[in-house]
Ligand binder design. Structure first.
Ligand code: SF4
Length: 489
């Protein structure tokens, strides 16, 4: 246990139980809580035992597993899982808190199940593994299985789409900045000059990437306009951008899905909706986050609840027939009563999909920096709200189709995308399951290059602020094309 590589995974697990823990390996009399580990290896079998002594009581756990590692790195990974297993076990016993995701602290739990599925591990065996080795509860395993089934129904060629790519377009402007936001989002007011030069950089990137895709004969699976708020720019600017997309991207008519986030209702106008319709873009996202006016005010979203509802109807009238709405559980001052109200309002609208986020305290947001100013619900109440969302979606025939977890998420829960069957967002599946390369263009756009043979992922991010982007977009485009040439040679 002297290997420093244990510190990080143990700390991530400890943080599920306590705030801001610090892990020390070795003997120390200053520890608030000490756990004694013993590790053993006999042939292929590795075992770990842990004893936590506190309040005159011993909490004990042991776990044994055959290790079939090909190299040292994989061997350590398996050993780390065995140690995490006993660590979680004694902490659960000591605190009486059950971690529903077991030892998993990563962002994408469903990837683990896809791996088993791809390796043709029988479903029962995969379940057993998740339950016994990773200590995931049946409730969460059920959720993972339902999601996997939906994803493979929506994208039957999910394991082959690696030969195609998706494109993410980042537009970094919003009417005002929200308090929990860490996205590249700059208040647009009075910054028309900056918007215009940003858009000319974006046009350049679009043309270059489009030309490369055409030359190589590579198909685009999905396109996603995010940000910021892509509808914060004017209707004319949107029109020009989509017109260019049709001109320079290959076979746009056959792209499986094009989504435009219209997150802030205060950016939606009939003119902009007409532009979307003109270019056959009918999947948009309008995000109420909450239907309680005081909450919206507290988090700095300068629009009204009525405006969300009004813009939703306006979008429908203008032919948008796949609308996603986001709700956030655990916003400041909100509990089950406010959340029940948000669900009741959602019921009047019935969007095709509903994404339920759990509030996370992201390091750079205004909310984290001034944590004491924002009062948020406790673990039990957050869990109740999650259950309400699950129940509500079930009753209204929505299915879960993707999920992801974040660090510092309230109650160690997850964000879940629900949708009416057949209306799931393919882009969301692509980004969550990391099955294909996603090319990010525009401000703050993150590209994810995925090696088609090894599955190895390389991240590459465009500059977050428009000023740096405007100065360096040519260089960033070239770098991306270099990487793409290597991947698709
Ligand atoms: S609308 Fe979205 S991107 Fe814009 S500031 Fe608010 S949270 Fe950030």
């Amino acid at each position: 246990m002297e290997d420093e590589r244990f510190i990080r995974p143990l700390q991530l697990i400890a943080n599920l139980f306590f705030e801001e823990t610090e892990i020390q390996l070795g003997d120390s009399s200053h520890d608030e809580l000490s756990i004694h580990f013993s590790l053993n290896k006999e042939g292929e079998m590795m075992s770990a035992a842990a004893v936590l002594s506190a309040n005159g009581k011993n909490y004990e756990a042991s776990f044994k597993k055959a290790v079939d590692a090909v190299d040292e790195k994989e061997q350590f990974k398996q050993l780390k899982n065995i140690v995490s297993h006993v660590f979680l076990h004694v902490l659960q016993d000591y605190t009486k808190i059950t971690q529903k995701w077991g030892i998993l602290t990563g962002m994408r739990p469903t990837k683990l199940l896809h791996k088993q599925h791809q390796a043709e591990v029988p479903a029962e065996e995969a379940r057993r593994k998740l339950r016994e080795e990773y200590m995931i509860t049946d409730e969460k395993i059920d959720l993972m299985e339902r999601i996997l089934e939906r994803q493979l129904t929506m994208v039957p060629d999910l394991y082959e789409v690696k030969n195609e790519v998706s494109v993410y377009v980042g537009i970094p402007f919003c009417p005002t900045k929200c308090a929990y936001c860490t996205f590249p989002a700059y208040a647009i007011q009075g910054k028309q000059g900056r918007v215009a030069s940003f858009l000319s950089g974006l046009h350049y990137e679009m043309e270059q990437i489009g030309r490369w895709l055409k030359e190589k004969g590579i198909t685009i699976t999905t396109v996603y306009y995010g940000g910021g708020t892509p509808t914060a720019i004017t209707a004319e600017e949107m029109d020009e951008l989509y017109s260019l997309m049709y001109e320079v991207f290959p076979d746009v008519e056959n792209i499986r899905e094009i989504t435009v986030e219209a997150g802030r209702p205060d950016t939606i106008t009939p003119e902009k909706l007409n532009v979307l319709k003109k270019w056959n873009i009918d999947r948009i996202s309008i995000n109420p986050q909450s239907y309680t006016q005081e909450t919206l005010k507290a988090i700095g979203r300068h629009h009204t609840v009525e405006e969300t509802i009004e813009k939703y109807h306006m979008a429908r009238e203008h032919g948008m027939n796949n609308i996603n709405m986001d709700l956030i559980i655990g916003l400041p001052g909100e509990g089950t009563a406010e959340f029940a109200h948000s669900l009741a309002e959602t019921e009047k609208l019935m969007p095709e999909s509903l994404t339920v986020h759990t509030l996370s305290f992201k390091r750079a947001s205004e909310m984290t920096l001034n944590k004491e100013k924002y009062k948020v619900a406790d673990r039990t109440e957050v869990e109740k709200m999650m259950n309400m969302a699950e129940q509500w979606t079930k009753e209204h025939e929505y299915v879960p189709y993707y999920l992801y977890r974040q660090k510092n998420i309230l109650g160690n829960l997850e964000n879940v995308g629900y949708s009416k069957p057949g209306q799931e967002s393919i882009y969301n599946i692509m980004i969550m399951e990391e099955v294909q390369t996603i090319i990010g263009i525009g401000c703050g756009a993150a590209s994810k290059f995925i090696d088609r043979k090894t599955g190895k992922i390389e991240h590459f991010a465009n500059p977050k602020d428009p000023k740096t982007y405007n100065e360096r977009f040519v260089e960033y485009t070239e770098k991306k094309i270099d990487k793409l040439n290597k991947l698709f040679s």
